[in-house]
Design a protein around this ligand. Structure first.
Ligand code: TYM
Length: 329
């Protein structure tokens, strides 16, 4: 039987935080065993926000190194850079012609990014979700593992697939999300009402994948907690629930089991132990990450091979799309 397909991607915009990791890559590791998986470094999305070319170049290799160091296996999965496969932009243009401006105006990410980059509200930032739809639909993707903040974009991709199929005949698979019980929305350590975010005003908001053990311990020590002393999961305890989620996902222990361990114990001990859990995860990760980054040729080899595989698949889809749309004179 044909394997189902997974597609996901991360923007190369600098060091990732554990929210990014737990909302995306963490789930890819399970999925890659059973699905035909494509994991993309979405550089064309990253340029919707102004950046220096030399920084972008470096960030692209870094994200590829994060994938590899996390355990994305190039033998099992296709790892590639978006701009290396021209069909992404080609399909994005065609999809843009069936996307309504009113739909794009509803996108939360556009609203947030235009508020934080008032000086550069460019057309690419506005049509960003169309390119993301193209990424997904180009490969007949069945499942898209992303964090909660990307759900609205995924919904648009589903809508565009249905619309194109309705107008031109069955072409695209309707992609589904990947339902995770926990981790799809890791909250800020300094403010559990908002998601953990790289663009947060304080570095105390997030734990970066490149943070040293001392920095991790300090950030967790200073992480906000809730009123009351109990270490329990629930709506009335948003800060502690967020910490418990991180603990659970990185230690692979159930929340109930962790809650039980901390009955009668205080926040201080809980946070110190959580810091150990995070450091235990980050130390081997960082070792591998540094090793990969030292071998840029190897990363480039993996990316070149990935682009080759992706291009072959993308060309097949584009031929069908163009034929359906009457672009095959
Ligand atoms: P990006 O690069 O902003 O984020 C990468 C992944 O991290 C997830 N994420 C989180 N998960 C849990 N808690 C958080 N606090 C948190 N913050 C971020 C994001 O949901 C995402 O899964 N548009 C996408 C990239 C993209 C893409 C695609 C993804 C482009 N094309 C096609 C899937 C399929 C983005 O900006 O992700």
């Amino acid at each position: 039987m044909k394997k189902k397909r997974v597609f996901s991607g991360i923007q190369p915009t600098g060091a990732l935080h554990i929210g990014n990791y737990l909302g995306s890559v963490h789930n890819w590791l399970t999925l890659q065993k059973d699905y035909e998986s494509m994991f993309c470094v979405v550089d064309l999305h990253a340029i919707t926000v102004a950046r220096k070319p030399e920084e972008l170049r470096k960030n692209i290799l870094e994200i590829a190194a994060v994938y590899l160091a996390s355990g994305v296996d190039p033998e099992q999965s296709t790892i590639f850079v978006q701009s290396a496969v021209k069909e992404h932009t080609e399909l994005a243009w065609i999809l843009a012609t069936i996307t309504k401006i009113s739909e794009l105006k509803l996108m939360h990410q556009f609203k947030e990014k235009s508020a934080s980059h008032e000086e550069n509200i460019n057309a690419g930032l506005f049509t960003y979700p169309v390119l993301m739809a193209a990424d997904i639909l180009l490969y007949g993707t069945d499942v898209v593992p992303v964090g909660d903040d990307q759900k609205q974009h995924l919904e648009l991709a589903r809508e565009l697939a249905r619309r194109f199929n309705g107008q031109f005949g069955d072409t695209f698979t309707i992609p589904a999300g990947y339902a995770v019980k926990k981790g799809a929305r890791i909250m800020g350590l300094d403010d559990p009402a908002k998601k953990m975010s790289k663009s947060a005003s304080s570095a105390l908001n997030y734990i970066s994948l490149t943070d040293s053990p001392d920095v991790v311990r300090d950030k967790l020590k200073r992480a906000v907690t809730d009123s009351g002393k109990e270490i329990t999961f629930g709506q009335e305890k948003p800060a502690v629930s967020n910490l418990l989620t991180i603990y659970h996902l990185l230690s692979k222990r159930t929340i109930a089991d962790i809650e039980k361990e901390y009955v009668g114990k205080g926040y201080k001990e809980f946070k110190e132990d959580l810091a150990d859990v995070v450091v235990e995860f980050l130390t081997p990760f960082q070792k591998k990450y540094t090793k990969y980054l030292k071998d840029e040729d190897f990363i480039r080899q993996i990316l070149a091979h990935g682009a080759h595989v992706a291009t072959k698949r993308a060309k097949v889809m584009m031929e069908t799309v163009k034929a359906r749309a009457g672009l095959d004179y």
